[in-house]
Design a protein around this ligand. Structure first.
Ligand code: SR1
Ligand code: MG
Length: 414
């Protein structure tokens, strides 16, 4: 991001006083507030994030200003977003406790959320930009996705519980609107928030604005995002929303959580791994081993997700969709065929959403550090143009990608 951070000095003394009044936080930090330290550590676009340390431990505190952090007060945004994040953390942690941090405290009035401090973890995107690989990441991400999406869907939840849960997220309107505008609409228009590598990509951006086939395809996906209530999504699952260590991952930043199409989360994560793949080729030095790992990670995430999701459907089909009572005896084979058709359709959705997310990260407001840290504009534009070429193909021809290997082959050929 090149936008400047507004000069709003956070009132850290007030924040510490608030934390001190919460026994769960005061106990975790230990000692007295005079012994606590507080540092702003956030690098995201939307909120302030603080590391608070005491003699006994640390907590991570997120504070939502009533505007978008990197834009300042000229872009107001509801500070109630921390409530939706807390709800999603709580729900997703029930289903994937190994991969979702513990929420410790939320305060609607102060617009702050405290979660466990993830000692020894760094933001995945930062690691990828530095050239790192994480051998366990694909398996952990696949399990996280399978568990959070399956257990919040109609395959696992009785209809009444599912509707009640979905209703808790139905009014995360302001955050969903950001996605509706930024992912599916603004980038195809001459919107003032759009940014790209100019003048190198000017013609590409102009071509996209005239690209009716792409606009139909992205509008079809927007309609899915607006109308689907398939599962509780993270809603913004990029590599800046995942903390990693050598052996574990923790998925953070659930403020965009909503019920929606499962392919939105899957496609977003794959998009950012592919963005890292293209960027790695332009950072300088030999990054071929990392690039191979990134493509293999894309394939392993989809493959692992498909396996785990199918297994859960076999073992935990406690929801009202596909009632097991209808599929006894020989009908079980037909149900198995239907499961595979369901997952094939989900992959088609995933491919399309992946394309949409890549495009908006090349020419939209929230450009990722993978690209923006490439200092040579010509090299950056080459990487971004390859990403755009892949993205357009995914967006307009999702069904010609039947497997994750098809997807990575198209990436290599782009
Ligand atoms: C207001 S900017 C919104 C984007 O930045 C965040 O990092 C999210 O990814 C979101 O899409
Ligand atoms: Mg975020």
């Amino acid at each position: 991001m090149t936008a400047s951070i507004p000069a709003t000095a956070p009132d850290t003394a007030k924040l510490l006083a608030h934390l001190a009044a919460q026994p769960v936080l005061a106990d975790r930090l230990g000692g007295s507030p005079a012994q606590w330290s507080i540092h702003e550590i956030g690098d995201g676009n939307v909120n302030l994030v603080f590391a608070v340390r005491g003699p006994a431990g640390a907590v991570c505190v997120k504070q939502a200003p009533p505007f978008v952090r990197v834009a300042g007060p000229k872009w107001p945004l509801t500070p109630q977003r921390v409530l939706f994040e807390h709800r999603a953390l709580t729900e997703h942690r029930r289903h994937a406790p190994l991969y979702v941090p513990e929420p410790l405290h939320v305060d609607a009035g102060e617009h702050l959320l405290a979660v466990e401090y993830l000692e020894g973890h760094t933001v995945l995107r930062g690691g990828l930009v530095a050239g790192a690989r994480y051998p366990h990441f694909a398996e952990q991400a696949a399990r996280y996705l399978a568990h959070t999406l399956f257990f919040t869907s109609d395959l696992a939840l009785p209809a009444g519980s599912k509707r009640e849960l979905a209703a808790l997220f139905e009014t995360n309107t302001a955050m969903c609107q950001i996605m509706e505008n930024m992912v599916f609409t603004e980038i195809f228009l001459p919107h003032p928030r759009n940014r790209w590598t100019s003048p190198e990509l000017d013609k590409d951006v102009h071509a996209l604005r005239q690209d009716t086939e792409a606009k139909i395809a992205v509008s079809r996906l927007k309609s899915r995002y607006l109308s689907s209530r398939d599962a509780l999504l993270h809603g913004d699952l990029h590599t800046g929303s995942i903390m990693v260590s050598a052996s574990s991952i923790a998925v953070i930043d659930q403020e965009f959580a909503c019920y929606g199409p499962m392919g939105f989360d899957l496609g977003s994560l794959l998009a950012h791994l592919l963005i890292a793949y293209f960027a790695a080729g332009a950072h300088g030095g030999d990054r071929s081993a990392q690039q191979d790992w990134l493509l293999s990670t894309v394939e392993q995430i989809w493959g692992g997700f498909r396996t785990h999701f199918t297994d859960l459907w076999h073992t935990h089909a406690t929801g009202d969709a596909y009632p097991p009572a209808l599929f006894t005896g020989t009908a079980q084979a037909a149900l198995e065929t239907e499961r595979q058709r369901y997952l094939d359709n989900l992959f088609t959705d995933t491919v399309g959403f992946c394309g949409a997310e890549i495009i908006r990260r090349v020419i939209g407001f929230a450009r990722p550090a993978d690209f923006t840290t490439i200092t040579d504009p010509a090299r950056r534009a080459t990487a971004e143009r390859r990403a755009l070429a892949l993205a357009r193909t995914l967006l307009t021809a999702p069904t010609s990608h039947r497997t994750a290997a098809d997807l990575t082959t198209t990436a290599q050929d782009s």
